[in-house]
Design a protein around this ligand. Structure first.
Ligand code: 5GP
Length: 189
């Protein structure tokens, strides 16, 4: 997606060989117009797949995922990173290791929102090692829901996540695919 690549080159910052900082338009301050364009791009790609729900992981996936859900006219379900007091035992939980923080957290969702009749589109901001996406897939499996596809805003193709998901036969659509990061250098596929 050209406007996204241009924005990454303009405002993104490669901190090192592994981490891209996009705090000014995606992860901290959010550009709603860009999120809407991203929403239309994903919605157009997955429009004929009978998606019944969009699922994302808090917190940075929420902005693009909400736009997609709105356009596809389906609910958005946010996977929580820890058990909240307002969630009860009626939850599915799985452990996930965070790429950026290096810690392990519990990814949790109420059983009420993942149904065996659901065709789910997973949306997330980044794909690195595929831990977050794999955790989301495990939660969908627990609810016997179907994963119809995964939409990623920024894929770092040189990290193992994309191959992992492709091996599972999942349709992964990434809007920007980075093949190399170096301090202050960003190279797209
Ligand atoms: P994975 O689970 O695929 O290893 O990592 C994906 C998650 O880690 C994303 O949801 C995102 O929050 C975070 N992440 C991974 N790589 C980056 C990165 O280069 N920059 C930022 N800002 N977040 C990242």
């Amino acid at each position: 997606m050209k406007i996204l690549e241009e924005r990454i080159l303009k405002d993104g910052k490669a901190l090192d060989n592994n981490i891209l900082k996009v705090d000014s338009f995606l992860n901290h301050q959010v550009d709603p117009k860009l999120m809407k364009d991203i929403g239309y791009e994903f919605a157009n790609y997955f429009k004929n797949k009978n998606i019944t729900k969009v699922v994302t992981i808090e917190s940075s996936g929420i902005a693009p995922a909400l736009m997609v859900a709105d356009i596809l006219n389906v609910p958005l379900v946010i996977l929580k990173k820890q058990t909240s007091k307002t969630l009860n035992n009626n939850v599915y939980t799985t452990a996930v290791t965070s790429f950026t923080k290096g810690i392990t957290y519990n990814l949790t969702v109420s059983k009420d929102y993942i149904l065996s009749s659901d065709n789910v589109l997973i949306i997330d901001d980044f794909l690195a090692n595929g831990e977050a996406a794999s955790g989301a897939l495990r939660l969908l499996e627990m609810g016997k829901a179907t994963c119809t596809g995964i939409g990623i805003v920024i894929e770092k193709s040189f990290q193992p996540g994309i191959e992992k998901l492709k091996k599972l036969g999942i349709d992964v659509y990434s809007l920007a695919r980075i093949k190399k990061l170096e301090k202050d250098t960003i190279v797209f596929e």
